[in-house]
Design a binder for this molecule. Structure first.
Ligand code: ZN
Ligand code: ZN
Length: 374
């Protein structure tokens, strides 16, 4: 953090032209920003959060205001159905209440509030969210399987929450139980949190890929987003980027069932290759590619229209002159770097491993960028 402050101070004293030589743009704005892909709208969603209507610390209007500040497009208040620690102070018989209030607060704004609830059981099955349901109260049934059946009867999308939570699995390793296998076999469970709050789980990603569950990333925030994710210091809440055919609840629901998501956690994107590749491609645009005079050194400028600082491991076979194999494409900015191609070539390809784009445990996204010299 101290290093960053020093660099920021130095930048203030550099002439504008020097600042703009390698990077220009704005990097530390609060709204979460990713571009649409060539086929889909990129919807920023957070479908796991709490208010005082279960064990959270805030009234539902705060969740709405936080979402507006973060430019989140869609949220769900997912109160614990079976865990009501504020019941003495806030007696409320209706498990839809938090949603109904949030929905009302959000009405003047362009924010979608999706009805949801957290099925809160011991392991197995542990905790799961049901969103796009009709009536949370009807999910309060004796046996856990019955809660999933009811959520599905209501047309809901369900996902396994924090399968790596140490309070429910001591070693923090997400593992399927027979109960989860039955849920998956009966198509009663549709997604899994690979990212929850401050944690990410490789084993949950493995389960998602092996069983074709939708990859989810959520905040599960109980206190304030600003404090939990250090927004003032440049942090952001974890979200699920949903690749939807339109910016509507129906389209989001369709995309979730179809598995078109990418989780955004710290500076890491996690998703199935078919979703992550178009998102990364949409983020990056080659703005300039010109050889320096008659030399065989080419300067390439790439604009990164996203909040991710892409870390590119160069596997092109061409060396970089400005770095030793690693390129950082700064968020919401243009980065210029130089490549040695041996001789001037009118068009060629740069190939990268995107180190912060994960498509499977231990596997980074591979990206090819065609370069046309102009
Ligand atoms: Zn939970
Ligand atoms: Zn929760």
């Amino acid at each position: 953090m101290r290093m960053i402050a020093l660099m920021a101070t130095l930048l203030l004293f550099l002439p504008l032209s020097a600042q703009h030589q390698h990077v220009h743009g704005h990097t530390h704005e609060r709204p979460i920003h990713f571009p649409d892909t060539d086929r889909y709208r990129t919807i920023v969603s957070d479908f796991h959060m709490h208010s005082v209507f279960s064990d959270g610390s805030v009234w539902p209007d705060i969740r709405v205001q936080e979402a507006l500040k973060d430019s989140v497009d869609a949220i769900a208040l997912t109160e614990h159905l079976e865990y009501q620690p504020h019941r003495e102070d806030l007696p409320h018989p209706d498990r839809n209440r938090a949603h109904n209030l949030a929905e009302r607060y959000a009405r003047p704004y362009d924010l979608m509030v999706i009805r949801g609830a957290e099925i809160t059981r011991n392991m197995p099955p542990g905790h799961a969210n049901a969103i796009f349901i009709q009536d949370a109260n009807k999910l309060r049934v004796e046996d856990a399987m019955g809660a999933f059946e009811e959520a599905n009867l209501q047309g809901g999308f369900t996902f396994w929450n924090h399968p790596n939570w140490y309070a429910q699995v001591k070693d923090g390793v997400a593992r399927l139980t027979d109960f989860h296998r039955e849920l998956i076999d009966r198509k009663l469970l549709h997604g899994i949190e690979v990212v929850n709050d401050l944690t990410i789980s490789e084993e949950a990603l493995r389960i998602a890929l092996d069983h074709d569950l939708t990859i989810m990333g959520t905040s599960d925030v109980h206190g304030l987003v600003d404090w939990q994710y250090e927004i003032a210091e440049g942090g952001h809440r974890p979200v699920t980027l949903v690749l939807a055919s339109a910016r509507s609840p129906e389209a989001i629901k369709e995309a979730l069932f179809a598995g078109r998501t990418v989780a955004w956690f710290e500076n890491t994107l996690v998703g199935k290759r078919e979703n992550l590749l178009p998102l990364v491609k949409a983020s990056l645009q080659v703005e300039g590619a010109a050889y320096i005079g008659p030399s065989a050194v080419i300067e390439i400028s790439i604009h990164n229209d996203s909040d991710a600082e892409y870390l590119l491991d160069n596997v092109s076979g061409y060396s970089l002159q400005s770095d030793l194999g690693l390129i950082r494409l700064h968020p919401n900015a243009t980065t210029t770097f130089s490549v040695m191609t041996g001789e001037q070539i009118p068009e060629f390809e740069l190939r990268f491993r995107v180190l912060n784009a994960i498509i499977a445990p231990g596997t980074r996204l591979e990206l090819t960028l065609p370069i046309n010299v102009r």
